[in-house]
Write a protein that binds this ligand. Structure first.
Ligand SMILES: [Zn+2]
Length: 128
């Protein structure tokens, strides 16, 4: 519905995971998006075998030279937002990525607030 950021969002990077942090020399207890997804779905009786590919809002990891992904600092700014509309009942999981290895979260490892607002009972979408 709306995107006030520069509009660059990543669909290539896998959710960060315990294994990724271990590979990067971090603790096996490092918070990660894969575990956040599993924990969020568990109360709904949903178990996850393979972690689905996430939509990484505000993250920037373009393909460069046609064959590799380059992790870059995001171009978005505080206050930028994306407004989504669901056309059917859905269950969405948001994880404020705790990645402090790559620059995709700004590169300074400083926690920031993420705000998610659910607005229900919107007018139905008009069909053409
Ligand atoms: Zn993450």
């Amino acid at each position: 519905m709306a995107d006030t950021s520069p509009g660059k969002h990543d669909t290539l990077i896998a959710a960060c995971s315990r294994e990724m942090y271990l590979h990067a020399g971090r603790s096996g207890n490092h918070r990660n998006c894969a575990d956040n997804l599993v924990a969020a779905l568990k109360p709904h009786g949903i178990t996850v075998g393979l972690i689905p590919s996430p939509w990484n809002l505000f993250m920037l990891a373009p393909v460069v030279d046609g064959c590799s992904i380059e992790y870059q600092r995001p171009h978005c700014h505080p206050g930028d937002y994306v407004e989504l509309r669901s056309e059917m009942d859905c269950l969405m999981v948001f994880s404020s990525c705790p990645d402090d290895v790559y620059p995709t979260n700004g590169g300074n490892g400083t926690p920031v607030n993420a705000h998610v607002e659910l607005v229900e009972n919107l007018e139905p979408c008009k069909k053409n």
